[in-house]
Design a protein around this ligand. Sequence first.
Ligand code: PHE
Length: 344
Amino acid sequence: MEIIEKVKDEGLQAIQNCTDSKELNQLKVTYLGKKGPVQALMAQMKDLSNEEKPKFGAEVNQLKQLLANAIDEKAKALEEMEMVKKLESEKIDITLPPIETKLGTLHPLTVVQQEIEDLFIGMGYQVAEGPEVEIDEYNFTRANTPEGHPARDMQDTFYIDPTTLLRTQTTAIQMRVLDTAKGKLPIKVICPGKVYRRDDDDATHSHQFTQMEGLVVGENITLADLKGTLQFMADAMFGEGRLLRFRPSYFPFTEPSVEVDVSCHVCQGKGCNVCKQTGWIEVLGAGMVHPNVLEMAGFDSKKCSGFAFGAGIERIAMLKYGIDDIRNFYTNDVRFLKNFNRFD
Ligand code: PHE
């Protein structure tokens, strides 16, 4: 009887202290299995007298039942506890803000390029492109800049071989357009693209930059058409009120030629290092297409005329967004790039 009490106390204690169902299964085997104490007690029955047997048997059965019940109850309790724990750990907080999906942004140069393209497409222009590795012929000769012409020195050129180069100006695209038009008028194109010059990089210069040139050839095209077009573009790009300055200039492929400046956005014209203390930033070269250019491409320069202009996209983007260093466009710092959200 003492042993029964002992097994009962120890068993119940162990079951009570048990904290997970695996351990509980082990206890079940230990106490109620074939090699367990309950079974051992049963085995002792044969040594008892006939009078003792029923009482002892009943006690052992009771013990067995008690332990089995305790285990069942504990199993249920543990199961519940484990379920609660599982639910707790797998809980989804639907009030948490979602993980942000980051979308890429368009490069500011692309934004400005597309804006200008849209502007001119709206006026009936077509967008023309050309190769960055260009032949001398289109980059210079057709643009009224034959070999030995001093104007070739205006643009320090990366030559690949004596007749092939990295184009220094998107004027090369214009020359291709004139060539393929085969005398057919009118021509209204804008020519965006990368250009290359052997320049030392600083706040306003880059050895590779982006140009957007425009070309119109037709009957009775005058300088007034050029001025009106550039004014329209400046108003659309920078809003009304920014000052434009037209200065006489020289380009081999235009006559007359003008240089168009925009008042500096950083200092509002007072003078700073971005505008080199002048208050103005040069954004455009332009002029009336030189008769030689038209003739070389097979047009009769007595019957048609045209204007052309070339803008630096970087400069326009700098003006638009108040960027004071051209190198920002090429250093790929996301903190800079993410300011230009395509959904703005
Ligand atoms: N191609 C000239 C340059 O790169 C710009 C320009 C284009 C000037 C068209 C006049 C007409 O400096």
